[in-house]
Structures are given as C-alpha cells and as structure tokens.
Design a protein around this ligand. Structure first.
Ligand code: CMC
Length: 429
C-alpha cells in the first residue's frame, strides 16, 4: 500500500527509517535520527544556494518554473498586469485579497500620505559623493529610516507593522527619486499627493520649474505594469535576505536595507543594468554571433537570460515586451532593441541555451524601457527595489507570524583543519 512516507535504509549501519512526507517534502530535522554512532550529530542535507530546500511555507506567490506560471495569491500575473494597478497588487500581496473600493481608497490615502521624508534625510543624502550609485544611497537611506521610526521595533504589534508598511511603500519612491536628483545635481522634488503612485514617482524624478508636473499617461501606466511584475517572486535572494535578517527580529527598515543590498548584485536585481552594459558592449546586430560564441566559450554570461526557477520563458518577460512597445511608441524605438531581439533570436535557436533551458528573464527588456523613459542605468536596480518592497514586507510578516519559523541559522559541513596547537611567531613558516 502506498503511504506518505519515505523509507530510508542507511547502508552504513543497515538500519531502516520511515520518514513522513508532507506537501512533497520531508522535514530535514527528521534526518537527524539517522546516525552511525551515539556521538554522531546525525545526517544533514548539503544544499549550497538552496537548490532543493524549502525554507518556509508560503501563501503569497506561486511559480511553476517549467510551465512559466506566476501568480500572486492565486491571481495570474497576466490578469493583474492587464487589469490591476500596482497599489492594488501590493494590497493583494500584503493582505491576501484584492481590496474593495473603500479598502483601496484608504490604502492609497495611507501610502500617499506617508510619501514625504523627514527633512534630515535630505541632509544625509546630500552627504553622498556626486557620483554615488543610487542603489548604494537607497540601501543606506532605507536602513537609516529605522533611526527615525523607533516604534518599528515593535514588530509583534500588528498596528505598528501596518504603519511601517505604509511608510516603507510610501517612502521608497521618494528615497529613490531623491537619490536620482542628488546624482544629477538637481533640487529635490517633493511628492505630489494629487498624482498616482507611479505618476508621483515620475514627478519626483523629472519635475523642473513647472508649477504642476503632468506625467505622460503611457509612461505612468508602463511603470505601473513594471511595478506589478516586480512586486514579488517568492523565495529569491533578496526575499531570503529579508526573511533571514527579519528572523533575528530586526526592525523592517534594517531588513529592507539587507534585502535591497541583496538585490543590488548583478546576478539578481542588478541584472537589468548589466543587460544594458552588455548590449552596448555588443554594439551592433552583426556582432551578436561573435558575442554568443564568447558566452558559450565561458567568457561571461548572457545577462537577462536564465533563471533559477524558470526553465521556460519567464512570463514577466512576455508582458514586458508589450510594455516596451507602448513606451517606444511614445519615446521612439530604443536603438539597442535590435541587438536585444537578435540576441534573443539566436540564443533561442542555439543548442547551448536550449539544453540548459535558458530563456529571457524579466530583466532582459526592462532596462531598455527604463532607458527610454529617460533613466540612467544605475537607477535600474532602484526601480526594481521600489515595487519589490511590498513583496519583501509581506514575506517578512508571513515569517514573523509563522510558528514554525526560527532565527535563520544553517548548518555547515566543516572541512577545515583538525585540532592543532598554537604556534609561536618565531616557529611559524
Ligand atoms: N548565460 C550563459 N550561460 C548561462 C547563463 C547565462 N545567462 N545562465 C546560466 N548559464 C549556464 C551556466 O554556465 C551553467 O552551465 P554549465 O552547466 O555548463 O556549467 C548552466 O547554465 C546552469 O547555470 P547555473 O549558474 O547553475 O544556474 P543558476 O540557477 O544557479 O543561475 C542565474 C540562475 C539567474 C543566476 C543565471 O542564469 C544567471 O547568471 N543569469 C544571468 C543574470 C541574470 O539575468 N539575472 C537575473 C535573474 S531574473 C531577475 C531576478 O529575479 O533577480
């Protein structure tokens, strides 16, 4: 009779173990009973990069990487991108259900009325060097918010968490825009509460001397869709950082700073910046085959391609291609697009990429859109961090209230020197 257990025979000892299987997983702690002797620590699983380890149970985001499916709280990403807005999606991710009209109004009001920054924050943004990377500024500034909101330490108070959530989602675009204005030497533009979330962000980025900034509706919508696509992506590197740091009961601003730092890397949220650099390095369509040859020879990677989970076309990349068309219609075709399309065409036909199931990911086209909107490359990871904040916070909250969760503390397999005695300086070689 089949049963929901796994039978393990340890050939080292001949002993047999029956391990329960729940939701397609065994509990790694159940392996500890498998020992060769009384003083043996017990069997552990070795899994660098968490290739096959579930670190939590979650109800937020569902991904089927083989089929190219992404859903937030059960809703397909395609429907949310077509019919929803970012703030509505953020509410869904955070609270589990799509908001009613009055819930959305209240949520929008709260986020909007938390978008302004304490004036002292301007002072330390001023202290950054003129060519400081905006992502470095964002990481530092969001971490510094913890010193302004000491009530954020009450992480087990749901009311406090709600307040910090509005503050974080409201203030991330302002911090991001201030970092941008600092790097361009322009005066900071304050939030405009009459505008939408993305309309106001465009206002804070690009407002010049006009009394009232009017965002272009197509760019406002394009940014909103991009924000929906980036809102959450289950247990990725930055979310894992958010949960890991949050598991020590640090305040959410410090945990978001850690998550944003993880996102900064070129293998994660920094990839959209790396894609643009790569497209510029390739330079023209006819140099694409030569570039692909180099990648296949182990000289670098095709940035914006491949994903730990998607072994099929990233569903976000498909939507982003449509957004790109919308933006190019307003701003003119990005000349790097032809190189990107040619790279995609050749890679998708090439055995190297087919065998390894490498397809374009969310970052392959997003950078081209950001560039067309008028943003410099070093702002790209910042544009990823703003919407991902809603995902980070919902994952953090889920971790905090999950009775199974503990401080994150993996095991290691020690391979270093055995015990040896201290060697005095004059005896060392
Ligand atoms: N170009 C060329 N070869 C690649 C690429 C790539 N972009 N990605 C993976 N490979 C190869 C890799 O060399 C390896 O080949 P082999 O088996 O011969 O050694 C094989 O594919 C498996 O790669 P891996 O590094 O073991 O796969 P992973 O799951 O650890 O890495 C990844 C996933 C996203 C880090 C990786 O695909 C990558 O570096 N991509 C480029 C960076 C990028 O676009 N990142 C954005 C990810 S999407 C946004 C986000 O969620 O952050």
């Amino acid at each position: 009779m089949p049963s929901d257990t796994l039978t393990i025979i340890d050939n080292r000892t001949g002993k047999k173990y029956e391990i329960p299987v729940h939701d397609g997983a065994i509990n790694a702690s159940d392996l500890r009973q498998i020992r060769v002797s009384e003083d043996d620590f017990g069997l552990v699983s070795y899994d660098p990069g968490f290739m096959n380890t579930a670190s939590c149970q979650s109800k937020i985001t569902y991904i089927d990487g083989d089929k190219g499916i992404l859903r937030y709280r059960g809703y397909p990403i395609e429907q949310l991108a077509e019919k929803g807005t970012y703030l509505e999606t953020a509410y869904l991710i955070l609270y589990g259900e799509l908001p009613t009209k009055s819930q959305l109004d209240e949520w929008t009001y709260n986020v909007t009325h938390h978008s302004i920054l304490h004036e002292n924050i301007k002072k330390f943004i001023d202290g950054f060097h003129h060519d400081a990377h905006p992502m470095g500024m964002l990481v530092s500034a969001v971490g510094a918010l913890s010193t302004f909101y000491t009530d954020a330490k009450n992480i087990f108070d749901p009311e406090s968490r709600k307040k910090q959530t509005c503050r974080l989602i409201g203030k991330m675009p302002t911090l991001a825009a201030f970092a941008y204005r600092h790097s361009t030497g322009m005066p900071y533009a304050y939030p405009d509460n009459d505008l939408s979330y993305t309309g106001n962000f465009l206002n804070m980025l690009f407002k010049m001397t006009e009394l009232k900034y009017q965002p272009h509706p197509v760019l406002e919508k394009a940014l909103d869709v991009l924000f929906i696509l980036h809102a959450d992506h289950e247990q990725n590197c930055s979310t894992n950082a958010m949960r890991g740091v949050g598991s020590s009961h640090a305040d959410p601003y410090s945990a978001v700073a850690a998550a944003a730092a993880a996102l900064y890397g070129p293998l994660h949220g920094g990839a959209n910046e790396a894609v643009l650099k790569m497209l510029m390095e390739v330079g023209s369509k006819d140099r694409v085959p030569e570039f692909i040859k180099k990648v296949k020879g182990g000289q670098g990677r095709l940035m914006g391609f491949g994903h730990r989970v998607y072994k099929n076309y990233d569903p976000r990349a498909r939507i982003i291609k449509q957004v790109a068309d919308m933006v190019f219609e307003v701003k003119g075709r990005n000349p790097l697009l032809d190189i990107a399309l040619e790279l995609e065409r050749i890679a998708l036909e090439d055995d190297y990429f087919i065998k390894r199931k490498l397809y374009p990911n969310v970052d392959f086209y997003s950078g081209l859109i950001y560039q067309s909107i008028g943003l410099p490359m070093d702002m790209f990871p910042v544009l990823f961090a703003i919407p991902r904040t809603s995902g980070w916070i919902s994952q953090w909250e889920e971790m905090l209230i999950d009775p199974d969760q503990k401080i994150a503390r993996p095991r290691q397999i020690y391979k270093g020197a055995d015990k040896r005695d201290y060697v005095p300086m004059d005896k060392r070689r």
